[in-house]
Design a protein around this ligand. Structure first.
Ligand code: UD1
Length: 375
């Protein structure tokens, strides 16, 4: 079995390489993007020891066809991942996520031995705000309007003015991305389906919720809130919770995600499915901050600012029924256990200054994408 992992030097890739059975031949292709690999600008020695590592942008991989020939399973992880950043660096996201996938598929078409399966690391960002209900019907809101957000109406309301209830996200729901990032993840899915249907290649699209855990690059200010909040709380720095602090996210432990990917790679039967991957638990921003602070034995200095990021969604949690239909019972790591493992790893590292985060927030503000609700 030979597996090609694009973006394999990244956060999820590192876990995956460790969890791949020892008899598998692994090729890692990664551009070592400077934004992501700030504290680790090269392939780690343990990665080099286990996999053939190629430094290349997925948009430019024809030169490496010989190393890729004979691949059985492709795992496509390479992507830009910042929701907020995608709203002003549009062309970078379109280029790297959509064009990068197209180039990868063009290369697949040239291989003598076609892979039997492509696994895509997609995102729940493809759902946008997802599906809501009033208890009777399902609604797919258009996304929150700027004028509602500016009035501090954070939630989603039906036509009669009643607050609607979010439903766990599953692949039967419509896809309506609210960010450029989400749009590019949907294009990746569609490109892969289109290509694989015509080539008779099996597809597994995995829509991840917010993945966290050890090895998540700390130097990247677009790396997700578990890292950002941990960094602030551990150093006694102030942190900001957007909206009213009651945004919810589903935090899924990276080890669980890697296990799910390995199951997909191994499965002997065709998968041909879109599978949501999360913990199944919706956690508010306030809860995540307080849980991290509690585990660190610190008090979190947070401010609920009433500011909001344009393109953000309000609530997210995964419906795990598609996973369970394919692979049986899903037993995710609890948030307490996952965070404890994360913090143990984090505390062995030098804390990072908050300047990169402040600069990324200032940039969003300058671009008019980090706004404040009217008083
Ligand atoms: C994240 C991932 C994305 C992934 C998606 C679904 C990152 C950077 N993004 O998007 O790649 O596909 O989950 O799995 O990991 N917030 C604050 N204060 C801050 C920063 C953020 O309150 O200082 C809020 C944001 O407005 C948002 C929430 O925290 O409501 C989560 O933000 P973030 O970690 O950037 O991730 P997502 O946008 O959920």
């Amino acid at each position: 079995m030979k597996i090609l992992i694009t973006g394999g030097a990244g956060f999820i890739g590192k876990w995956l390489v460790e969890k791949c059975p020892i008899e598998w031949e692994i090729v890692v292709l990664d551009s070592l993007d400077g934004q992501v690999h700030q504290t680790s600008p090269d392939f780690a020695p343990e990665l080099r020891a286990r996999a053939k590592c190629i430094q290349a942008d997925v948009q430019n991989i024809e030169d490496h066809i010989a190393a890729i020939e004979g691949t059985d399973v492709v795992l496509h992880l390479a992507a830009q991942t910042g929701t907020g950043q995608s709203m002003y660096e549009l062309s970078k996201y379109v280029q790297q996520n959509a064009n990068g996938t197209a180039k990868l598929l063009e290369l697949m078409a040239k291989l003598q031995h076609k892979p039997r399966r492509i696994i895509l690391a997609s995102s729940r960002a493809v759902y946008g705000d997802g599906a809501y209900t009033d208890g009777q019907q399902i609604y797919y809101p258009k996304g929150r309007s700027l004028s509602n957000l500016q009035q501090g109406m954070w939630d989603i309301y039906g036509e009669d003015g009643h607050k609607l209830t979010p439903l766990p996200m599953n692949a039967h729901h419509l896809t309506k991305p609210t960010s450029v990032y989400g749009l590019t993840k949907l294009w990746q899915e569609q490109l892969i389906h289109n290509f694989c249907d015509s080539q008779n290649i099996d597809v597994a699209v995995l829509r991840f919720q917010n993945v966290y855990g050890p090895k998540q690059e700390l130097g990247n200010p677009y790396t997700g809130i578990v890292g950002i909040f941990t960094n602030a709380i551990s150093q006694g720095n102030a942190l900001e919770l957007f909206e009213d602090g009651l945004v919810t996210r589903d935090f899924v432990f990276v080890g669980d995600v890697a296990d799910a990917v390995v199951k997909c790679a191994i499965a002997p039967q065709p998968i041909n499915a879109t599978i949501d991957i999360g913990s199944g638990q919706a956690v508010t921003l306030i809860e995540i901050v307080e849980t991290i602070a509690h585990l660190l034995g610190k008090t979190a200095d947070f401010r609920i600012s009433g500011r909001f990021r344009v393109g953000d969604i309000r609530h997210a949690v995964a419906d795990l029924s598609a996973y369970e239909a394919s692979f049986g019972n899903w037993q995710p790591t609890s948030l307490q256990d996952g965070l404890a493992q994360y913090l143990e790893w984090y505390l062995e590292r030098a804390p990072l200054p908050s300047s990169a985060l402040q600069a990324s927030l200032a940039e969003m503000e300058r671009k008019g994408l980090l706004l404040t609700k009217h008083a």
